[in-house]
Design a protein around this ligand. Structure first.
Ligand code: BTN
Length: 251
C-alpha cells in the first residue's frame, strides 16, 4: 500500500511504507529525529511486531487487514501545556471519518473511538517538547477494518459491524483529509469548534455511570474535559478531575 489518494496539501503526501515493522510510531520518531521526513509524512505498515497502545499495552492487529499508521506533525505553534488540543484534532478527525460509514460513533475519553459502544480505533499521540512548545508529534492510529473477530471484548471492526470487506485505501484517504482539516483548524486558532465537536460526541457525557478509581467504584457523570485534558466528573463527593490513568470506565 503506497499510493494514497488523499486530496490534501501535506498530510499523507509523503509516504514511508513497510510491509512489516516493529511500530510505526517508533519508525516515525526515528526518521523525525534524523530529520529525514517532512511534516505530514505518513508511516504505514501491513503489520507491526511490537505495536504499542496506551498505558503500556500492546496493540494487536491481524496482518494486512486493518490500518496501522503514524503521521508526523510539527505543531510548534502549540504550547506544551496545551498538548490535549492534539487529542481533540485527531479524535474529531477519526470520528468525522467514521460518521461517513456509521451512525453511533463516539469518542471515549481521552481518545478511543467507539462505534455502537465498541472500540474500533485506538490513538497513540507521542510528543517531543522543545522549550515551551511541541516540536514534534507522532500521531499513531490503529483502525480495525477487515479483521473478523477479536481476542478481547469490546472491540469491533468495519467488517464485524457490517459483515463485508472495505477498501482500506479509501478509508485512509478520508482519514488523512479529515486529519489535515482538523489540524488546520487548530493552527488557525479554531479550538472552540474542535472542543465543541469533541464534547458533543463524548461517550457517557451527562449520563450517570459506574467508574473506578484507586480500586474504589463510584457513580459519576462526565461533565467535560478541563484545559489540561483531565476528565471532569460530578460525583457524590462533588466535582472531580481525573488524569488519564486515574479513572477506569466500568461498562
Ligand atoms: C490504544 O491503546 O488505544 C492506542 C493504540 C494505537 C495503535 C497504533 S497502530 C499504529 C501506531 N503504532 C503503534 O505502535 N501504535 C499506534
Amino acid at each position: 500500500m503506497h499510493k494514497i489518494l488523499a486530496k490534501t496539501l501535506f498530510v499523507g503526501q509523503n509516504v514511508h511504507y513497510m510491509s512489516e515493522c516493529h511500530s510505526t510510531n517508533d519508525i516515525a520518531a526515528e526518521l523525525s529525529k534524523a530529520n529525514q521526513i517532512t511534516e505530514g509524512t505518513l508511516v504505514i505498515t501491513d503489520t507491526q511486531t511490537r505495536g504499542r497502545g496506551q498505558r503500556g499495552n500492546a496493540w494487536q492487529s491481524s496482518k494486512g487487514e486493518n490500518l496501522t499508521f503514524s503521521i508526523v506533525l510539527n505543531p510548534k505553534f502549540l504550547a506544551a501545556k496545551d498538548h490535549f488540543q492534539l487529542h481533540y484534532v485527531v479524535s474529531v478527525a477519526v470520528c468525522n471519518t467514521l460518521l461517513k460509514y456509521f451512525r453511533n460513533v463516539q469518542i471515549k475519553w481521552p481518545n478511543d473511538i467507539l462505534v455502537s459502544r465498541k472500540k474500533i480505533c485506538g490513538i497513540l499521540i507521542e510528543n517531543s517538547i522543545r522549550g515551551q512548545v511541541i516540536e514534534n508529534a507522532i500521531i499513531g492510529i490503529g483502525l480495525n477494518v477487515n479483521q473478523a473477530g477479536f481476542n478481547y471484548d469490546n472491540a469491533t471492526s468495519f467488517r464485524d459491524l457490517t459483515s463485508r470487506e472495505y477498501d482500506k485505501q479509501e478509508i485512509l484517504g478520508n482519514l488523512l483529509e479529515e486529519i489535515e482539516a482538523a489540524y488546520l483548524k487548530l493552527k488557525s486558532g479554531n479550538i472552540g469548534y474542535l472542543r465543541r465537536y469533541y464534547l458533543k460526541h463524548l461517550f457517557q457525557k451527562d449520563e450517570s455511570a459506574l467508574y473506578e478509581t484507586s480500586g474504589d467504584q463510584f457513580v459519576g457523570t462526565i461533565e467535560g474535559v478541563d484545559d489540561h485534558g483531565r476528565l471532569v466528573m460530578s460525583t457524590t463527593q462533588g466535582h472531580r478531575h481525573f488524569e488519564f490513568k486515574e479513572v477506569k470506565f466500568l461498562y
